[in-house]
Design a protein around this ligand. Structure first.
Ligand code: AMP
Ligand code: DBH
Length: 546
């Protein structure tokens, strides 16, 4: 067994790694150890629950051990990369721990991914297998996996968690639940899995995370979110995403000896029922989902939410207006989470004043995180200035998996990660996210912040949600397009109304939208963030007109 990184994976400088170990941030613990400890300390406590399963820690431990033994028999080996594409159900947890136990690396795909994403992911990971389900939400995932196997030479096996007969040599996971046997010991310094970047610029990049670094972030997140054995964390977002996985997510809940509950449907009807049924205490949402939950709860009493203590929002900027309504509507403490699968995660703290929770995206979780705000040439900016966020620390990667071009773009010469986010840091240390580098419209040289203008539109009573994007213009370079979701489908705000409203709020004339497009819903990314890229594309391709 070797602790060398995967080919193409840049690692922390040895002296830095040694320092993180010396400070006991990296503790030489693996994910398998985490589960073993849970099973030893509280075997009968409930570890995982969904519509169909209830597994204690002992049961999850045994099942993952049994499956690990079967996967070894099948020929999966340490360091093999395995695409895992599953909806939110208990087997996800069993499968990833089975893979961790044999040192194989799950590659965390989302249920929304299709061939166009999975083929390049499988290629760049040189994946040898895919673990998926049969038909879910009227989509045949096993067939998708077989297509990927046909296209990508390294992929030899397709395994399906559902029982039943599957075509073309697809294997049923049930046939690999062996009598638990001896397993290799994995190296805590080794890469444990490959996470995906959101891929705002196309095909997702592969993010190598080690047991040591990721477990540090999970532990610190669980402490900060005050998780304990009475925690019931609901995975409402797609569980493979970094946010519900680790901030503090399902791994935080398991680390604290609590329970992981999973729902494949995050919309209010299904999720509220799940909260009531499982006694959920904490969950994490993206802003569009939070808006749906808040609207539902404001429309009438929601006694199903009685057990809920903390609702997190992250993944994209939560408008202040929505943040303000969330706590009272849901009867829980709101926590903003600004994170990235590459590492750095910022949180508002549970006892922060409302003004911080509503108006900021929190501060780094660790005193060992280092952040800086720089201009486009990399020069440090004075305190409080708006600029590009760069960061390094004990759980922020130093390079992508096998992607030197992306590394050259995304990391500074001394190994800091360029987040691509435009932020300012307040005197109290909390960050305000102003958008991504690309979320500024450059209208004839005048730069307009999409996030700022969206805030003005959201104040209009007829506007439910708004997104500002820049679209190409032959004269100005870019023009300002406002996508608006109406509060009432019958009342569609016009360009004149919107402009008059924004002008009345005392906004400079050059920030006025040039176009308003009223749409009933916004396109979403795999995890449910509003997709600006898709909106821009639809506009340029002429698919959307007012
Ligand atoms: P991903 O590539 O999916 O890991 O997405 C990470 C990116 O999502 C960050 O770099 C931010 O651009 C964005 N993001 C995550 N959380 C927040 C938040 N609370 N506010 C604003 N942007 C966020
Ligand atoms: O968007 C993200 O990637 C994200 C958001 C909140 C994340 O990775 C996280 C918390 O850990």
């Amino acid at each position: 067994m070797s602790s060398a990184p995967l080919p193409g994976t840049a690692a922390w400088p040895p002296a830095q790694a040694a320092a993180y170990r010396a400070e006991n941030l990296w503790r030489g613990e693996t994910f398998a150890d985490l589960l073993d400890r849970g099973a030893a300390e509280s075997p009968h406590a409930l570890a995982v629950v969904d519509e169909r399963h209830r597994w204690s820690y002992a049961e999850l431990d045994r099942r993952s051990h049994a499956l690990a033994t079967g996967l070894l028999r099948l020929g999966l080996r340490e360091r093999d990369r395995v695409l895992v594409q599953l909806p939110n159900r208990a087997e996800f947890v069993e499968v990833i721990f089975a893979l961790f136990r044999i040192g194989a690396l799950p590659v965390f795909c989302l249920p929304a991914h299709r061939q166009a994403e999975l083929v390049p992911i499988a290629e760049s990971a040189s994946a040898t297998a895919i673990i998926t389900c049969g038909t879910h939400a009227r989509f045949d995932y096993a067939a998708l996996a077989r297509t990927v196997r046909e296209r990508v030479a390294s992929v030899r096996r397709v395994l399906v968690v559902d029982p039943g007969e599957f075509a073309d040599g697809t294997l049923a996971l049930d046939d690999f639940r062996d009598e638990p046997g001896p397993l290799p010991r994995t190296d805590p310094a080794a890469v444990a899995f490959l996470q995906l970047s959101g891929g705002s610029t196309g095909v997702p990049k592969l993010i190598p995370r080690t047991h040591d670094d990721y477990l540090y972030s999970v532990r610190r997140s669980a402490e900060l979110c005050e998780l304990g054995s009475d925690t019931v964390y609901l995975a409402a977002l797609p569980v493979a995403h970094n946010f519900p996985m680790s901030s503090p997510g399902i791994l935080g809940a398991l680390w604290a000896g609590g329970t992981v509950a999973l729902t494949p449907d995050p919309t209010p009807s299904a999720a509220f029922r799940a909260i009531e049924r499982f006694g959920v205490t904490i969950t994490g949402l993206v802003p569009p989902l939070l808006r749906m939950w808040v609207e539902r709860a404001e429309a009438g009493p929601a006694p199903e939410l009685a057990s809920l203590r903390v609702v997190q929002v992250g993944g994209a900027r939560c408008p202040d207006e929505l943040a303000r309504r969330a706590g009272p509507a849901l009867g829980a403490t709101l926590q903003q989470v600004f994170g990235m699968a590459e590492g750095l995660v910022c949180y508002t703290r549970l006892d922060d004043p409302l003004e911080v929770v509503v108006g900021t995206q929190g501060r780094p979780m660790s005193e060992h995180d280092r952040i800086a705000v720089v201009d486009d040439d990399g020069n440090r900016l004075p305190p409080g200035a708006v600029g590009n966020l760069i960061t390094e620390g004990p759980y922020t990667i130093r390079g992508y998996h096998g992607n030197p071009e992306a590394d050259a773009r995304s990391f500074t010469a001394d190994g800091w990660y360029r987040t691509g986010d435009v932020v300012s840091v307040r005197p109290d240390g909390n960050l305000v996210v102003h958008g991504r580098g690309g979320d500024w419209v450059n209208r004839g040289g005048e730069k307009v912040s999409a996030e700022e203008l969206e805030g003005h539109l959201l104040a209009h009573p007829d506007v439910r949600d708004a997104v500002i994007v820049g679209t190409p213009d032959p004269v100005l370079g870019q023009r300002i397009c406002a996508f608006v979701q109406p509060a009432d489908p019958e009342v569609r705000p016009s360009l004149a109304t919107v402009r008059a409203f924004v002008r009345e709020r005392g906004v400079a004339a050059w920030k006025m939208p040039d176009t308003v497009v009223v749409v009933d819903r916004f396109p979403e990314t795999g995890v449910g963030k509003t997709s600006r890229r898709e909106l821009r594309r639809a506009l340029v391709d002429g698919e959307l007109r007012n």
